[in-house]
Ligand binder design. Structure first.
Ligand code: NAD
Length: 258
């Protein structure tokens, strides 16, 4: 074969927190690449996931997505998601560990509750979703896990102490899981995006001094768009990346090259 395959036909992809922002775009992209996508969202916000399922249905001529509730901070919720997905779709081939939150404040003001909330979603949630889905993948001897880290897992940025800590944890957790599960045909990689305009980053980007600082640090003088990340996610989900594991793909307009 002269070219690698980026297609995901016949694959089932679970995307956590995909009722908005980047997760929504990943769900649309994975469906476009051929996957059947499980669009998950917090139970109280499930309507958002149903909207995304509707968007996918409008673009495809097949039943390409379902919506299911998931709170990544609850092991019971994670296990219910895995059980229902396997019951309804038979398998899980791809997990995009996307759900994340951020609390931006100076380190001296961070409370124990702030720390636990951010680490609970952004690191503990990533691990236990990977563990639950990874168990199924290890049994089937195949799977692709893509953790959504951040450039803030590789470099520091002010007012982000819990977030930088969690994302750095995700980068190294990615390496650890890659080593453990490589013998079972399960690849574990991450992406590390720069600032992308989503509901998560809007409060930061709407502050002119923050926007100017971000532009100063971006050799490519524009913000990222959710669509800028989709190719990387599809690559890491597809057979084209079969030899890639434990890697963090930086998609940052050159920020960390400076
Ligand atoms: N937007 C950026 O600039 C940027 C940059 C680097 C990394 N990231 C990462 O990308 C991911 C998506 O961020 P986004 O910008 O789309 O943010 P977003 O706020 O638009 O989306 C986050 C999603 O996660 C969901 N979520 C929150 N807590 C959850 C929980 N406990 N269980 C399940 N779902 C939960 C939210 O409901 C939402 O749908 C996050 O992990 C974020 O850290 C974002």
């Amino acid at each position: 074969m002269a070219s690698a395959s980026f297609r995901l036909d016949g694959k089932v992809a679970v995307v956590t927190g995909s009722g908005s922002g980047l997760g929504r775009t990943f769900a649309l992209g994975l469906a476009d690449a051929g996957a059947t996508v499980v669009v998950t969202e917090l139970p109280g916000l499930l309507g958002r996931a149903e909207v995304v399922v509707g968007e996918i249905a409008a673009q495809m001529d097949r039943q390409a997505a379902i919506a299911l509730p998931l709170d990544v901070t609850s092991l019971a919720s994670i296990h219910e998601l895995v059980r229902t997905t396997v019951e309804r779709l038979g398998q899980m081939d791809v997990l995009v560990n996307n759900a994340g939150i951020q609390i931006a404040k100076p380190a001296l003001d961070v409370t124990e509750e702030d720390w636990d909330r951010v680490l609970g979603v952004d690191l503990k949630g990533v691990f236990f979703c990977a563990q639950a889905v990874g168990r199924h993948m290890v049994e089937r001897r195949q799977g692709k896990i893509i953790n959504v880290a951040s450039i803030m897992g590789l470099i520091g940025y002010r007012e982000r102490a819990p977030y930088c800590s969690a994302k750095a944890g995700v980068v190294n957790l990615t390496r650890e899981l890659a080593i453990e599960w490589a013998p079972y045909g399960v690849n574990v990689n991450a992406i590390a995006p720069t600032f992308i305009r989503t509901p998560l980053t809007e409060p930061t980007l709407s502050r002119p001094e923050m926007y100017d600082d971000i532009m100063y640090r971006m050799p490519i003088k524009r913000l990222g768009l959710p669509e800028d990340l989709v190719g990387g996610v599809i690559y890491l989900a597809s057979p084209a990346s079969d030899l890639v594991t434990g890697h963090t793909l930086v998609i940052d307009g050159g920020w960390t090259a400076m």
